[in-house]
Design a binder for this molecule. Structure first.
Ligand SMILES: *Cc1c(COP(=O)(O)O)cnc(C)c1O
Length: 389
């Protein structure tokens, strides 16, 4: 009997070590890991650059309070702002904390300019912004909020793509629109460029803020550092997490100078957020992702992978409904429940994970090799063959 609470339905599999795209299980088998801790291990398992960075820093200083200047954090924030829309950063430890911070920044901004009633955040129904009390209500998912009342006020929802409804629910009390640039848990639904452009326009017109949750799709996962870059727009606030730590828990909220002015001393904080150990790993991740040609290669390998998956789809038009995604955030949407399919892939030593709408979610490390993509394609083909459709 496990002493852990039962809040996860866990697969009966565990691992003794990992290396790049592979995991070595305690059952003696070697698995191609195309989950990577759900888009967290952006550089694969036991990446030598990250191992070196964490070893180096672990012998110096792990943690000091944010009451002091933390040079490693200054450095990572500088890198993040230099490469993005943002002018400043607050570090956290997880995605939910990052989205919470994003909500706080938006509200505090309007408070600071004398409009405290502008505090409602508009989100997409059944999106995913994390598991804290505020984040589950932001997500607007009945499944996540049930049993966790009272309902948290200050969130309004529209259905994915329903801009008519969106325009209708913007009121004088609206502070921001917050959406995932690519909906991850929701089924790998990419918000199209025209739609992001329209969201930016609406926000400008209504003088409200655009928050793009890139916790899952950010940090190179989409093939650009941020997925919104494809649409050539600039958000006001972006929460990040997953990929930035390469496996070490790091979250952050990135923001423009305009809104960051509201975040004066005492308005927000985190004991652990931005400690030297975490920041050193974050810096090492950034250095790899911004190596010349790294993101170009992500896009190249993604094009190949998606093209080949579409070829498989053509062969099994009654099994596979759609190939979704961008970069290395990819979904195979089936017509029917995907759990058996995922189990079959696992039996053939390929690890994938579900997302909503019958989607098999595939998240290779960003430095995946073409030969590993080919291995995955062969396993997927083999599993498809079992289905007589
Ligand atoms: C995973 C995720 C979160 C929550 O991150 P945690 O680290 O689990 O708190 C928030 N937003 C999006 C888009 C995510 O994918």
């Amino acid at each position: 009997m496990s002493s852990l609470a039962n809040n996860y339905k866990r697969r009966k599999l565990s691992f003794k070590k990992g290396n790049g795209s592979f995991l070595y299980a305690t059952n003696g088998k070697k698995y191609l890991d195309f989950i990577q801790g759900i888009a967290v291990n952006s550089l694969g398992h036991a990446n030598p650059h990250l191992v070196k960075a964490i070893n180096y820093q672990s012998k110096k200083v792990w943690h000091v309070s944010n009451a002091f200047i933390i040079p490693e954090g200054e450095k990572l924030a500088k890198k993040l702002t230099k490469k993005t829309f943002a002018d400043s950063v607050i570090f956290q430890n997880s995605g939910a904390e990052a989205t919470e911070a994003a909500i706080k920044v938006a509200r505090r901004y309007f408070y600071s300019i004398g409009k405290p009633k502008k505090n409602t955040i508009i989100c997409i129904k059944n999106s995913f912004h994390g598991r804290t009390i505020a984040a589950i209500h932001a997500s607007g998912s009945k499944k996540m909020t049930t049993g966790f009342g009272p309902k948290v006020d200050g969130f309004d929802h529209f259905e994915f793509g329903d801009h008519k409804k969106l325009k209708k629910i913007i009121t004088n009390n609206t502070a921001a629109i917050m959406v995932e640039t690519i909906m991850g848990e929701g089924g790998i639904k990419v918000i199209p460029d025209w739609c992001l452009k329209e969201l930016r326009k609406i926000c400008d017109k209504k003088k409200i803020l655009l928050i793009l949750d890139e916790v899952q799709c950010g940090i190179g996962r989409s093939g650009k550092f941020f997925a919104y870059e494809y649409a050539n727009i600039k958000p006001d606030i972006v929460p990040i997490a997953k990929g930035i730590g390469g496996g070490f828990p790091i979250g952050a909220v990135l923001m423009t100078k305009k809104v960051s002015k509201a975040m004066i001393p005492g308005t927000h904080g985190s004991t652990f957020g931005g400690n030297p150990l975490a920041m050193t790993v974050g810096n090492a991740v950034m250095d790899q992702i911004f190596k010349k040609g790294f993101l170009t290669n992500v896009r190249k390998i993604s094009n190949y992978f998606i093209k080949e998956l579409n070829n498989i789809k053509k062969k099994y038009p009654k099994l596979i409904k759609e190939i979704r995604g961008q970069g290395l955030l990819i979904g195979i949407q089936l017509f029917n429940d995907q759990n058996k399919f995922i189990q079959n892939l696992m039996d053939n030593k390929l690890l994938t994970i579900r997302a909503a709408e019958n989607v098999v979610r595939i998240l290779p490390p960003l430095n995946v090799k073409k030969s590993e993509i080919d291995l995955a394609l062969n396993i997927i083909k083999k599993v498809c063959k079992k289905y007589k459709v």
